[in-house]
Ligand binder design. Structure first.
Ligand SMILES: *[C@@H]1O[C@H](CO)[C@@H](O)[C@H](O)[C@H]1NC(C)=O
Ligand SMILES: *[C@@H]1O[C@H](CO)[C@@H](O)[C@H](O)[C@H]1NC(C)=O
Ligand SMILES: *[C@@H]1O[C@H](CO)[C@@H](O)[C@H](O)[C@H]1NC(C)=O
Ligand SMILES: *[C@@H]1O[C@H](CO)[C@@H](O)[C@H](O)[C@H]1NC(C)=O
Length: 355
């Protein structure tokens, strides 16, 4: 019997050969190497042949990203990111956005899966906003979520500032601001809405976003947050690690986030303890409002919330709708470009939902 090792060599040689033939075919058969009109992102360029291929099975919400943007925004270029399904048999990994998967998995690949190929389950919503699917046991090799224990974790965190820059608190003309895009109780937002309604009895809260009368364009996002003393970074549902870009926004803009989500200790795993105010630190909305008003009157106390900036920095996240999926896809690319380990996700539903 042939050893697994020599088996692999033969398979890989064959694949490399077919890959080369494919590339050769595409490069020299008169196919345009890159064609803006063409909906498929174009054949694999010769220089990229040594890079692993990441096939995006569904473009999230049909929004196609430009692979060059991974290099532009995240300095990631170690895979070939493509939506071309004819590369199925030679793709090193395939990424599936959970929301696009049909209930009966009918729109997943039907051809046999090559042994070396990794399937990535991609989902960044909390369990509260996740539709459960059957047939997920042993289907995927990697998880890509906001969770720290995912195989590929996608989130915004502060990083150590190598060079200390003097931080100037932006000019403020508003107290508390809140951008909210969806108030549908189906997303689990009832607690958060009740809390804010209560808060407004004691302190002025400016509302923006899709669910208010003042929608914001992506360009207005950071300047609007910057003009407020505090920003309500209230998650739609409360889960371990489910701490979204809602906290990153104010940290980038130079505003103090008031957070509602998992317990304070969980936030402190991602952000300096004195960079945010947690609603759980107060008995009720009234006590929180009183504390915020106290900070407004006492600038020295308020400035304590900016001390961390001497040592750490927050990195802006992309705010345009069409760029929302760039970071997860690029990070998947980075992962498969650097990691060769074998892995299988056996109990995805148990991992995601508990039981
Ligand atoms: C992939 O290989 C299988 C055989 O393993 C074949 O049936 C299928 O047509 C191939 N798919 C593509 C897209 O080349
Ligand atoms: C809000 O969320 C609900 C439930 O997920 C959804 O049906 C609705 O379309 C969303 N509304 C907006 C404005 O995004
Ligand atoms: C809102 O305030 C009232 C008292 O003013 C209190 O009874 C209620 O529990 C509060 N609700 C929340 C969500 O804090
Ligand atoms: C990926 O998962 C499948 C299904 O569990 C498994 O058969 C395959 O060997 C795994 N491949 C890798 C490279 O981890």
């Amino acid at each position: 019997m042939m050893s697994t090792y020599s088996h692999k060599i033969i398979i890989l040689t064959f694949l490399a050969f077919s890959g080369l033939c494919l590339a050769y075919f595409m490069l020299f058969s008169g196919h345009p190497v890159s064609d803006v009109e063409d909906q498929s992102p174009g054949p694999v360029a010769m220089k990229d042949l040594d890079k692993p291929i990441l096939l995006v099975w569904f473009w999230p919400f049909g929004i196609q990203i430009d692979p060059a943007d991974c290099e532009t925004y995240f300095n990631i270029n170690n895979c070939v990111l493509t939506g071309d399904r004819s590369l199925y048999n030679v793709s090193d990994a395939i990424i599936f956005s959970h929301k696009s998967i049909q209930w009966n998995l009918a729109n997943m690949p039907h051809a046999p899966r090559p042994d070396f190929q990794k399937w990535i389950w991609y989902h960044v919503e909390s369990p509260r906003n996740t539709v459960r699917r059957a047939g997920f046991g042993g289907l995927f090799n990697l998880t890509l979520t906001y969770r720290r224990d995912a195989d590929i974790t996608v989130r915004n965190e502060v990083s150590i500032a190598r060079t200390a820059e003097e931080f100037v608190v932006p000019r403020k003309d508003k107290m508390v601001c809140w951008i909210v895009s969806n108030m549908s109780h189906r997303t689990g937002t009832a607690t958060r809405t009740a809390y804010v309604q209560n808060l407004t009895k004691y302190i002025n809260v400016e509302m923006y976003g899709g669910a208010s009368k003042r929608p914001l364009s992506p360009d207005e996002y950071y300047p609007t947050i910057a003009s407020c003393k505090f920003y309500l970074a209230f998650e739609n549902s409360l889960y371990q690690d489910y701490i979204t870009e809602k906290v990153n926004g104010p940290l980038v803009a130079g505003t103090v986030p008031v957070v509602m989500g998992p317990p304070r200790e969980n936030y402190e795993q991602f952000f300096p303890a004195d960079s945010f105010i947690h609603v759980d630190d107060f008995s009720d909305p009234k006590a929180l409002a009183e504390y915020l008003l106290q900070l407004v009157l006492n600038d020295d106390m308020y400035k304590q919330y900016f001390r961390w900036r001497k040592y750490f920095k927050a990195t802006p996240h992309l705010t345009k709708r069409e760029q929302e999926f760039l970071q997860p896809l690029c990070e998947a690319c980075e992962h498969i470009g650097t990691d060769n380990s074998f892995s299988v996700v056996n109990n995805l539903n148990e991992w995601q939902f508990g039981l």
